[in-house]
Ligand binder design. Structure first.
Ligand code: DC
Length: 225
């Protein structure tokens, strides 16, 4: 079994940033599972599907053509890198993600990312459902206000429109939907290391996570030059 590190947590907790930095640090693959749900949310919106149209959603989940490139993502040959990062796409993702059949359709796809030399996977149910055998499970969280502020800065940096008060409300709404759905709700795995990051910088979080991974997977630590 290849080394697997899962990073779960609510929207805006910094999972994506930490997952990428961690994957770079150890030279591992990186799976942004939220991007898959965002792609599906976008495709579903474009096809005017509602969450109750289960068969059609599963059909799209099984046939959409997704290509991840460094720094960009294509959906059916169209560059949707920015389109999937809007709050609208995040909410569309959260709605389709509550459909059990959709989650099943994306399960094997996600598991296929577990390849040599190892994987860092971020999402909501990476440690609980998709990779329960992972050696390191992190649950990264922060207060809704802090997460909204981080999201605000991220969106502004990308030149996208944002309003802080709306973001706090949307984050609370999304937390609520992601936490209360019947399948794979947002929950720390019983064996997860819970990291409260409200008062921590990115480098402080990264340092703690690197420490955990190095203890569990010493083979990933490169000898000092
Ligand atoms: O991590 P993110 O904000 O990009 O995820 C967008 C939505 O996708 C999130 O609100 C819930 C859903 N999601 C999920 O249900 N399971 C995952 N493993 C990842 C994301």
């Amino acid at each position: 079994m290849v080394p697997i590190v899962t990073i779960d947590g609510p929207s805006g907790s910094g999972k994506g940033t930490i997952a990428h930095l961690l994957a770079d640090h150890f030279g591992l693959h990186c799976l942004d599972s939220g991007a898959l749900y965002r792609l599906l949310g976008l495709a579903a919106e474009r096809a005017r599907l509602t969450p109750s149209m289960v068969n059609e959603l599963v059909e799209i989940a099984s046939t959409m053509k997704v290509v991840f490139r460094p720094g960009s993502v294509l959906l059916d040959d169209e560059d949707v890198t920015l389109a999937i990062r809007t709050e609208r796409a995040g909410n569309a993702a959260s709605r389709v993600a509550a459909v059990p059949e959709v989650r099943s359709a994306l399960l094997q796809w996600q598991r296929n990312y577990a390849r040599e030399p190892g994987l860092v996977a971020d999402g909501r149910d990476m440690g609980t459902v998709v990779f329960p055998e992972a050696g390191v499970k992190i649950y990264l969280t922060a207060s809704p206000e802090e997460r909204a502020k981080r999201r605000y800065n991220q969106l502004k940096e990308k030149g996208l429109d944002a309003n802080l008060r709306d973001l706090v409300a949307e984050i609370r709404e999304r937390d609520d939907r992601d936490s209360n759905r019947s399948v794979a709700p947002l929950l720390p795995a019983p064996d997860a290391f819970v990291l409260e990051s409200t008062a921590l910088s990115i480098s402080e979080v990264l340092e703690q996570v690197i420490g955990n991974v190095s203890r569990v997977y010493p083979q990933l630590v490169k000898p000092e030059a």
